[in-house]
Design a protein around this ligand. Structure first.
Ligand code: NAD
Ligand code: ZN
Length: 292
């Protein structure tokens, strides 16, 4: 499937970045947004409902839509693709997973070094209405419990962190912060929102240091994430794409594998970093230490 010379080079890499999009979770039963004519998204366009404006207009409708998505995420299991990435890390290779997914499946597969560019659906945070915040002259007061924009006279001094942690993305009315009353929302990046600067910085650092970047199940249509594989190519890393519908990157990267993540990743990742593991003295020591 791959050029034998490339396979030989992959044996010696020591630092791997796996960049994933919604496609890697498709075989776990969570359809990509681009497949919106099927499955979960058949009645609603995610680009219209997963936005701050939609939440401001109708919080309950947006909440209910995310509950539906969270139900699918909770019953999904990591597939062979997620598991193969975690296994590579367990072999002692430095692996950074930069994901656009919000489904927690990399962590559930066992990956420990995961950067969630778009947040995590199963966490909540206060809804901060940016338009309202800019409209008032004085700076907002920050709620000591949820970090939302509060008015002191509505804050409840008896509320504690356990009250907030007990609230989950489940069916029912949209919950409020027990201290300030702010509406709560999923801690994900909606369309039109900024990515967390720390996540972007970590992602760029991982691109800088990696020797191999594998882009899996990402359509590469949304910036700044879409630039990560291109920057890795520019700085001389090996770049491989795994996507049944190859993107523009396929014409420029070292290999494009037009197949599903669960089919390809186990075999592909088994060939990565085999040589570097054999001649890394620290790794030999670690194996010896674990054997003892
Ligand atoms: P996207 O831009 O990552 O596109 C999905 C890509 O996956 C497409 O290029 C498609 O060809 C590819 N693909 C489909 N099946 C595949 C398979 N079996 N193996 C490998 N690749 C496959 O994602 P999107 O659907 O446009 O979603 C936009 C954003 O919405 C995402 O970045 C994410 O934040 C969010 N989202 C997350 C999830 C999730 O967490 N599982 C699911 C849907 C959407
Ligand atoms: Zn609050």
């Amino acid at each position: 499937m791959l050029d034998p010379d490339l396979i030989n080079d992959l044996r010696n890499v020591r630092d791997v970045l796996v960049f994933t999009g919604a496609g890697i979770s498709a075989e776990s039963g969570i359809p990509t947004f681009r497949d919106r004519m099927t499955g979960l998204w058949v009645h609603t366009d995610p680009m219209e409902i997963a936005t701050p404006m939609a939440f401001r207009r109708n919080p309950q409708r947006v909440w209910d839509w995310h509950v539906h998505l969270a139900d699918a995420v909770r019953v999904a299991l990591p597939n062979a693709g997620h598991l193969a990435i975690a296994k590579l890390e367990q072999r002692g290779v430095k692996v950074t997973v930069i994901t656009q997914n919000i489904d927690n499946l990399h962590q559930r597969a066992g990956s420990r070094n995961v950067v969630e560019l778009h947040g995590n659906l199963l966490r909540l945070k206060p809804f901060i209405d940016e338009d309202a915040a800019f409209a008032v002259k004085q700076p907002p007061v920050i709620c000591p419990l949820c970090g939302g924009h509060a008015a002191w006279d509505t804050c409840d001094p008896c509320a504690n962190h356990a009250d907030l942690a007990a609230i989950q993305l489940c069916s029912g009315p949209v919950p409020h912060c027990p201290c300030c009353g702010s509406l709560l929302r999923p801690d994900i990046v909606w369309f039109g929102e900024m990515l967390a600067p720390e996540a972007i910085e970590t992602a760029w650092n991982a691109v800088e240091s990696c020797e191999l970047l594998i882009s899996v199940g990402a359509s590469l249509e949304v910036e700044p994430a879409a630039s990560l594989p291109w920057c890795a190519l520019d700085k001389g890393a090996w770049v491989i794409e795994v996507n049944p519908s190859p993107t523009e990157l396929a014409r420029y990267c070292h290999a494009s594998i037009a197949a599903s993540a669960a089919d390809v990743l186990p075999g592909l990742l088994d060939q990565v970093a085999i040589g570097s593991m054999l001649d890394d003295p620290l790794n030999t020591f670690k194996k010896w230490f674990i054997a003892k």
